[in-house]
Design a protein around this ligand. Structure first.
Ligand SMILES: Cc1cc2nc3c(=O)[nH]c(=O)nc-3n(C[C@H](O)[C@H](O)[C@H](O)COP(=O)(O)OP(=O)(O)OC[C@H]3O[C@@H](n4cnc5c(N)ncnc54)[C@H](O)[C@@H]3O)c2cc1C
Length: 495
């Protein structure tokens, strides 16, 4: 079934994904209204970008002529061209494993550290997005292209006319009803269209990952590398500064993210495995249990953006519907798994890319919309396995590290595949979620992880490493899970 040409489109939510899709479709000539229940600038979480995200953004920029967004793809360009938009450099992923009572330390064999480079230099580095600035910048960009933006605006009621194939929408901020041909839901956890469709949004499907988070923006966080140096540790073989990264401090059943912005703000978040062995998920228990973290936070204070810590219920969600007659949702609205591996921004952008493709055809094809939605659900299942296995293996650094290599394999192969496909070939599913072999190897890896954790058998990490090496063997182009790397991976970037 195909529907009207040149639609009038309502986009709900001016996070980065809503604004980018609005900008692209406006550029294509559609009439776009973009509403948000809040107004910018506003605090938003989801800040650590990845090479996958940069790659998708680069394609969008090229394909739809969004030159003004090019600086967002590299740290060096960003600093040069958009100094007013907050950013932090991200050379890769760094992990430190802590036992209760540990002070900042490293070991010669890196028994407690893992660093994985994602770029060759600071100029080419990925970025942490200071979302209050980035989201505002992108909204202003969309508006400069002619998108009609209404802040502090929510849908009061909406009805779909099946015959006319149009929406009649009443907003709280606008006197008269408005007519739209399509609604794109980019409201994130708002899940606006799912709620409007009277779907059961309370029930949560059988996702494997089960975590909650406590987080906020801080000032005066000490560099962890400096604490290591002050403690007399040798960090000379770190491939990059562990602070110029998505820094993970891993405890048993919990981990802390640390993302530094150039403006002095650091985003910190403690994620707790609700299936795990966690008595207390609170911040002060973490500080008293882990002196290395206490040292990092000695002089810290909360930034005004988050005067008190934010805390979540279970983070995982997956809507019961991702599309319906005349509407479709972006991935960040369909669901969310977990901050581990920073998959959210890339996944959201991959949704923007696919919806842009669908909505810039002469006619919007409902079948294509349905197929896109089904693909997003498959992707969430894959991401869920990639993440849930890590939580199972958190008690052992070697097991955890080996399992992380499944994510790096999937991400690297997805990136390579994108670089190699010809312009008219279909886009691969994110992390190759439509590649049978990739899906199978991740599933197998997950079952191994669950078995080890359930049987509490941690005594043979080398066996698990070998199993992971065999699983990723045919996909591994960069020497992942390699004992000779001694947990310091220097060369995983594709650009
Ligand atoms: C704790 C946590 C940590 C995360 N960390 C990372 C990370 O490090 N890296 C990463 O890649 N991803 C991360 N994510 C995921 C990331 O936050 C999302 O992928 C990303 O924010 C999705 O962007 P978006 O633009 O689709 O939606 P959002 O950023 O959620 O924006 C939704 C917009 O919709 C608006 N809205 C909501 N309800 C309504 C309504 N009823 N009417 C109108 N407007 C509405 C909101 O005001 C908001 O502006 C994290 C998520 C969480 C929860």
């Amino acid at each position: 079934m195909c529907v009207v040409n040149r639609p009038r489109i309502l986009v709900i939510g001016s996070g980065f994904s809503g604004s980018i899709v609005a900008a692209i479709l406006r550029k294509h000539g559609h009439h776009i209204t973009l509403i948000d229940k809040a107004s910018h600038p506003r605090f938003a979480i989801g800040e650590s970008s990845t090479p996958t995200a940069s790659l998708i953004l680069q394609t969008l920029i090229k394909q739809y002529g969004l030159q003004e967004l090019r600086p967002l793809t590299r740290y060096g360009l960003w600093c040069e061209k958009l100094p007013e938009v907050g950013v932090g450099a991200k050379r890769g992923f760094s992990y430190f494993f802590h036992a209760p009572g540990d002070r900042p330390k490293t070991t010669v064999g890196h028994q407690g550290e893992l660093l994985v480079a994602a770029s060759h230099s600071q100029a080419m580095a990925d970025t942490h997005w200071y979302r209050q600035d980035v989201d505002r910048f992108l909204l202003e960009y969309a508006v400069s292209l002619g998108v009609t933006s209404i802040s502090n605006c929510e849908i009061e009621c909406a009805s779909y006319d099946e015959l006319e194939r149009t929406w009649q929408v009443k907003f709280n901020m606008v006197e008269r009803d408005e007519i739209f041909d399509w609604i794109i839901d980019a409201s994130g956890a708002g899940e606006v269209m799912c709620r409007l469709s009277n779907e059961d949004i309370v029930s949560r499907p059988d996702l494997l990952t089960n975590t909650s988070a406590v987080y906020g923006h801080f000032r005066n966080i000490q560099d962890y590398d400096n604490l290591l140096i002050d403690a007399g540790m040798d960090i000379s073989d770190f491939p990059f500064s562990s602070d110029v990264a998505a820094q993970h401090h891993v405890f048993t059943s919990q981990w802390l993210w640390s993302l530094r912005f150039d403006n002095g703000v650091t985003s910190l978040g403690l994620v707790s495995d609700l299936n795990g062995d966690v008595d207390q998920v609170d911040w002060s228990t973490m500080l008293t249990t882990y002196p290395a973290i206490q040292a990092m936070l000695t002089e810290s204070e909360l930034d005004s953006a988050t005067p008190s810590l934010c805390s979540s219920d279970r983070l995982q969600r997956l809507s019961s519907r991702g599309c319906g007659p005349g509407w479709v949702a972006l991935p960040g609205t369909i669901g969310f798994i977990d901050p581990l591996h920073s998959t959210g921004i890339a996944h959201a952008l991959s949704g923007v890319e696919r919806l842009a493709e669908i909505f810039t055809q002469d006619e919007v094809c409902q079948l294509a919309v349905n197929q896109y939605t089904e693909a997003v659900y498959r992707e969430f299942r894959l991401i869920d396995q990639l993440i849930a296995g890590c939580y199972h293996l958190m008690p052992s650094k070697r097991h955890f590290e080996a399992y992380c290599m499944l994510y790096f394999t999937a991400a690297h192969n997805y990136e390579t595949c994108r670089m190699e496909i010809s312009a008219n070939a279909g886009l691969p599913g994110i992390f190759l979620s439509d590649d049978f072999q990739m899906v199978e190897l991740i599933e197998e890896g997950y079952h191994l992880a669950r078995e080890i954790s359930q049987s509490d058998r941690w005594e043979a990490p080398e066996l698990f490493e070998q199993q992971i090496r065999e699983l990723i063997g045919s996909f591994d182009q960069i020497g992942l899970c390699n004992p000779n790397a001694r947990s310091m991976y220097r060369y995983t970037a594709i650009l």
